[in-house]
Design a protein around this ligand. Structure first.
Ligand code: NDP
Length: 401
């Protein structure tokens, strides 16, 4: 049991705060801090419990973070602000002696490039300080790594092929909106795709490989090969993997909008001069798009995210599919959020619970697949994200070799 500091009061911050507030035995006191305090206040008001307080912090500044942490004195920080703030928050955690968890790996603001190297470089510092940092504990990255670790623990001697498949078959009724922070989302999609094969990365043009994949309870949806950060840690931590890919669905309308925005230069991260002021087109675009936290109320449909695995068990080939489906309206009912924020925020809360209860606790910087998946997956359903599995069944797609 201990105090927790949550940084970031967007779509995901709302879910994490609500879910933590219900676990009073684990999180004795909660401080929700973000750049815009009024957003924290609105979430706290909605929760209506007196063990959630709020504060303003600009997490780009280590000194501000240190003061905030020292004043509140938490056991750990859950970082659900933006990937740009990962390193400053990790620095502040080291200076103040608190544990750390996030859901997205560090990205420099001026280059759309995400890699674990910057955060993995903190391993020795965290280890020596007796502190733990858990990286990427949302759904993907997050549960997808835990699903893979669970598959390996219970169903395989060796994993050879891994396809992470992510479908959002939902409709929020807006012409164009992103389900998580628009700036981060668009940077992710418009960069080159990449997958792991036979010991090296293969790079492809953005969205140039796609095919229909069948998702449980949804049916076939066109799915695009993207680079996603958990591929990097999974191929490192499970070296028998010969090929690892990540697929995500996009509707035609979404892609058409994105293409137009790209063609006219609105997705660029290069600063331009506008009426004597320097602005970044993508940041301006973010300002006019709907907030991810405002999409929930009339969102219909569901998400389906899982891992399709092929490998060897007892000398025989086996296929395995493990997945979760989450209905947007169930997320709304539970926390007044939408499904993508929900599938990220619930695992972040549960990862923090694993750390606070000592079930996942070792000094250093780790990815989720480096821990025992059982205690986490035993509880995931209880918190709103039940999962299913199928061995050698018809659902896993067969494009393996
Ligand atoms: P939002 O844009 O809804 O929220 C981001 C929040 O961070 C806002 O409250 C924002 O404040 C705050 N913030 C931004 N910069 C700072 C700063 N310098 N200091 C303090 N607070 C700051 O995004 P989401 O909630 O959708 O996403 C949150 C995180 O979750 C992102 O890192 C995203 O990549 C990650 N994510 C991970 C997923 C996974 O499965 N692993 C899936 C989806 C998201 P303000 O309101 O002032 O802008």
């Amino acid at each position: 049991m201990g105090k927790i500091l949550i940084i970031g009061a967007g779509g995901v911050g709302n879910v994490v705060a609500q879910k933590c507030a219900r676990e009073k035995d684990i999180f004795s006191e909660i401080l929700l801090a973000s750049r815009t305090k009024s957003k924290c206040d609105a979430i706290a008001k909605n929760i209506g419990s007196n063990h959630v307080s709020t504060a303003r912090v600009d997490a780009d500044y280590v000194q501000e973070l240190i003061e905030l942490i020292n004043n509140f004195n938490p056991e750990m920080v859950i970082n659900v602000a933006l990937p740009y703030q990962d390193l400053t928050i990790m620095d502040a955690c080291l200076k103040t002696g608190v544990h750390y968890l996030d859901t997205a790996n560090y990205e420099p603001k001026d280059e759309a490039k995400f890699e674990y190297k910057w955060q993995w470089a903190y391993h020795e510092k965290f280890r020596q300080a007796g502190l733990m940092a858990l990286l990427g504990c949302g759904f993907d990255p997050g549960v997808t790594g835990i699903f893979t670790a669970y598959g390996l623990k219970h169903h395989f001697d060796e994993i050879h092929y891994l396809d992470i498949v992510d479908c959002n078959a939902g409709d929020h009724g807006k012409a164009f909106a992103t389900n998580f922070n628009p700036e981060i989302n668009i940077r992710e999609i418009t960069q080159k795709g990449k997958y792991w094969q036979n010991g090296k990365w293969n790079e492809i043009d953005p969205m140039s490989i796609h095919m229909p994949i069948e998702y449980p309870n949804i049916g076939h949806r066109e799915s695009y090969l993207l680079y996603h950060e958990e591929l990097e840690s999974l191929v490192k931590n499970i070296p028998t993997i010969k090929r690892a890919r990540f697929w995500m669905t996009f509707g035609e309308t979404y892609i058409n909008h994105l293409q137009v925005l790209q063609n006219v230069g609105m997705t660029s991260i290069k600063p331009i001069n506008y009426q004597g002021m320097e602005i970044v087109p993508l940041q301006f675009l973010k300002a006019v798009l709907p907030e991810p936290s405002d999409l929930g109320e009339n969102y219909t449909g569901e998400t389906s995210i899982g891992c399709q695995i092929k490998g060897i068990k007892n000398g025989k080939e086996r296929t395995y599919y493990i997945w979760n489906n989450c209905k947007h309206k169930d997320a709304w009912k539970d926390v007044r959020g939408q499904g993508v924020s929900y599938t990220t925020g619930v695992p972040a809360m549960l990862g923090a619970k694993m750390m606070m209860t000592g079930q996942w606790m070792k000094p250093g910087v780790y990815n989720v697949e480096e821990f025992d998946p059982d205690p986490f997956l035993n509880e995931l359903g209880k918190y709103g994200l039940p999962w299913n599995e199928e061995i050698d069944g018809p659902l896993a797609f067969n494009d393996y070799e």
